[in-house]
Design a protein around this ligand. Structure first.
Ligand code: PLP
Length: 430
């Protein structure tokens, strides 16, 4: 059993110490598949244990099997930060255990969610009148958007770029919708020539693609989608966060015409996973696609409840961490961190461009650099394996026109210029 105060203090100390020394740990877990499983009991204990045993095993068993996403030299996928105010708010959300299945079940969770999501809408410069709520991930947010699009249009096809995130295709597949992948142009943006949208339910435009952070022509896609009676969903899961910076609003062109939009504060706004915001400019129609109130949830004080806007009924208090992060950093603090990440990405790209042994694979957008060693695919793959195995940095890869490309994504609040410089040295075998 636990002594909440004593064990709580020890757990907080563990977390604080972890965050202090995470930069000294290997970034990528150095264990082999199954190594942890072999050390875990096959069944749950019959007798209660002290919480101290859990903390001990966290050190002995779990820590070596962690890939440390909080590490300042985590540059793979999209690097993220779970910031301290967000961590504390997660603790409190678990203590409060609000399950917002209907307004009266948690007025606080329902109303704080609506308000904080609207704060983010304003910070990103999005139009008024949009309805937003929180889902767990962009995969679920886009799933909900496709459900709404199908409901509104009565059609079944989804159009997306070859560079759209795999979650869009997976969502469409789960819904039994037809997938139409469109080739990208030389800017890695969805081509629009010859696009026939006459029987299309939804066009999904991406702002900040996963591989290259490229940007689809949202305005043109929105205009063409609407002319053809289709829904326009924008996936800005990563890059949408950058709209808090005026100089990145170029990538928002046409987003004001969207029927729905997803942005993930758990990617680049310092909020612990999971926190994905989805807005719609057509809230009444969107709601029609989801609302289904069983008798036991009909109450005299029934007002709009958030389960009416998505798949989940029992929704946890995610807005608490969003609220805490927005208040404890302020928009100013968040902008400063993003601007530093973008500066570091441009700096790294300059080193790549200045060295004939390396080349950029795509223009640098936001805080992502796609680059490659000017050699064979096998050499690039070997470099990736070597640097990740070193535990000093962690990067990931993608392919462009069949060629192997390395990606350096900057998104951790602890990352400094020295970390990016170290990444360059490790890549160069120094
Ligand atoms: N969309 C884009 C552009 C992404 O980069 C990602 C993940 O990196 C996703 C969607 C999926 O996000 P999630 O893990 O929140 O489902």
């Amino acid at each position: 059993m636990t002594d909440f105060r004593v064990d709580g203090a020890a757990a907080l100390e563990w977390a604080a110490r972890y965050l202090e020394r995470v930069g000294e740990l290997p970034v990528l877990a150095q264990v082999k598949p199954g190594e942890l499983s072999a050390q875990l009991p096959l069944s749950a204990p019959e007798k209660a244990e002290p919480f101290a045993n859990v903390l001990r095993d966290l050190d002995d068993l779990i820590l070596p099997a962690l890939t440390n996403w909080q590490h300042p030299r985590f540059f793979a996928y999209f690097a993220v930060t779970s910031s301290e105010p967000g961590i504390l708010a997660e603790l409190l959300a678990a203590a409060l255990q609000q399950v917002a299945i209907v307004w009266r079940a948690s007025p606080a969770s329902t109303e704080l969610e609506l308000r904080t999501v609207d704060w983010v809408r304003q910070l990103l410069g999005l139009p008024g009148g949009w309805h937003g709520h929180i889902e767990d991930t962009a995969s679920t947010s886009t799933l909900a958007a496709l459900v709404a699009a199908r409901h509104v249009t009565g059609r079944n096809a989804v159009v997306l770029s070859e560079h759209a995130h795999s979650s869009v295709e997976k969502d469409a597949r789960m819904l039994g919708m037809e997938i139409r992948k469109i080739a990208a142009d030389e800017n890695l943006a969805m081509r629009t020539d010859g696009l026939d949208l006459s029987d299309v339910a939804a066009v999904v435009a991406t702002v900040g693609t996963t591989s290259f952070a490229s940007v689809d022509p949202v305005r043109e896609l929105a205009e063409r989608a609407h002319a053809a009676g289709a829904w326009l969903h924008v996936d800005a899961a990563y890059a949408g966060a950058a709209w808090i910076c005026d100089e990145e609003r170029w990538s928002q062109d046409g987003v004001e015409l969207a029927d729905s939009l997803v942005v993930n504060p758990h990617k680049w706004l310092l909020v612990p996973a999971d926190c994905s915001l989805v807005w719609t400019s057509r809230p009444d129609e969107w709601r029609e696609a989801f609302t289904l109130t069983p008798e036991y949830l009909r109450t005299s004080d029934y007002v709009d409840s958030l389960p009416d806007y998505g798949p989940a009924l029992g929704r946890r208090f995610r807005s608490l961490k969003l609220w805490a992060v927005l208040r404890c950093y302020g928009a100013e603090g968040l902008r400063a961190i993003q601007r530093e990440h973008m500066r570091l990405a441009r700096l790294f790209a300059e080193w790549v461009e200045a060295d004939p042994r390396w080349e950029l694979a795509a223009p640098v957008r936001f805080s992502l650099v796609a680059f490659r060693y000017a050699g064979t695919d096998e050499e690039n793959e070997a470099i990736l394996e070597r640097v990740n195995r070193s535990g000093e940095i962690f990067i990931s890869h993608t392919k462009l026109d069949g060629r192997y490309v390395l990606r350096l994504a900057i998104g951790n609040a602890r990352t400094t210029e020295a970390d990016v410089r170290r990444a360059w040295e490790v890549l160069n075998g120094v």
